[in-house]
Design a protein around this ligand. Structure first.
Ligand SMILES: [Zn+2]
Ligand SMILES: [Zn+2]
Length: 360
């Protein structure tokens, strides 16, 4: 593994632009260089950082000011595809760039860079050679699928990607705004006023701007039934779940075997309300949240609470059918990230999905 002292405060060693470093090897030179699986750079405190083939990493941008702290989202991000060395001391990586929204907007005029978040990157088919001295740190770039009901949580200070970019063909995939609201405006993760409501049903799975729902998609039913109507919107059914129909006629399976069933545990004749009251209150509260994402709901990060709420709903459905709630349910349901709180705003209005009419 070649080693190289990091030159992060020597700008002449950084790449000149996404267009390439004039000092970078030619194709013929590259082919003659020795291949490695990783390289190490030392920072100013002499701490070693290892970079491997396949890693996503931050790269010091061109014109970075010497010695000046740079916010993480200002770094360039690239995937290391190959590593080769020339002689003892010169190490280069062939990288595939993740572009920022503003960079793509500079190439495709119709693309709205402003609807991309600061930490958003667009995985391109654009390659370069980058000197090992320009690498800063290995980072994780989350994949963000806006229509995925199992989308894992993405914090607002984490890199993520939802589009790909074909540089020569000038194509962005998926088309921004597809798979989203009736207005076809894309989700803008850093818009602090923005909130989108997601419908989890299999034939929907679109998110809608709250501002687009306000005029005509208010739930006509009373707010008393709102939480139950939200709970009854399932990722596995296009119909409203009849929660009472899920209630098992069999006694629930006991965690402690060998003890006679107490009459009070027999669900026959027990109401839905009583069964929900017998479950962990945090779990039921999460299951009854609207599925929301947007910077106005800060705790939800970029992805929102979709995965946590749907995990909770599925556990509640299973519990109504007689499957005990696992003791470690909180491992899958982070309450603090799932409960929708929007500072300075009135309670979230009751909305229905413009497509299916379900509570969202
Ligand atoms: Zn909209
Ligand atoms: Zn729907």
């Amino acid at each position: 593994m070649p080693r190289r002292r990091r030159g992060r405060f020597t700008p002449k060693k950084t790449t000149k632009s996404h267009g390439g470093d004039p000092a970078s090897p030619t194709e013929a030179e590259w082919r003659s260089m020795t291949e490695f699986g990783s390289f190490v750079v030392r920072d100013e405190e002499d701490v070693e950082h290892i970079f491997r083939k396949g890693d996503d990493a931050t790269v010091l941008p061109y014109k970075a000011i010497v010695g000046e702290e740079l916010p993480l989202h200002k770094y360039w991000v690239a995937r290391i595809k190959e590593i080769r060395a020339k002689g003892e001391d010169e190490v280069w990586a062939r990288v595939q760039w993740h572009w920022s929204g503003h960079e793509v907007a500079g190439t495709i005029k119709s693309f709205h860079g402003a609807s991309c978040g600061n930490y958003e990157r667009i995985y391109s088919d654009h390659f370069d050679y980058v000197s090992s001295s320009a690498f800063d740190a290995v980072v994780h770039v989350h994949k963000f699928f806006e229509t995925n009901p199992n989308q894992p949580y993405i914090g607002k200070d984490e890199f993520y990607t939802r589009y790909t970019f074909e540089y020569k063909a000038r194509i962005i995939n998926p088309r921004p705004g597809s798979g989203t609201c009736v207005c076809e405006e894309p989700y803008s993760p850093d818009d602090t006023m923005g909130l989108m409501h997601f419908c989890p049903r299999p034939s929907c799975r679109h998110a809608y701007h709250q501002k687009c729902l306000l005029a005509e998609f208010k739930d006509p039913e009373s707010s008393m039934t709102r939480s139950l109507r939200l709970l009854a919107s399932s990722p596995d059914s296009d119909e409203t779940i009849v929660l009472e129909d899920l209630i098992s006629s069999e006694p629930p399976k006991k965690k402690r075997r060998g003890r006679p069933a107490k009459k009070s545990l027999d669900p026959i004749g027990v109401s839905l309300e009583d069964l929900l009251k017998g479950m962990p209150s945090g779990l039921v509260l999460v299951a009854q949240q609207p599925i929301v994402r947007g910077a106005a709901f800060s705790a939800g990060g970029v992805s929102g609470n979709v995965q946590a709420v749907l995990h909770a709903r599925n556990m509640v459905y299973a519990a109504l059918s007689g499957t005990p709630i696992p003791d470690d349910w909180e491992d899958n349901v982070d309450i603090d990230r799932a409960i929708v709180r929007v500072p300075g705003r009135k309670p979230i209005p009751a909305f229905v999905c413009p497509k299916c009419g379900g509570a969202i």
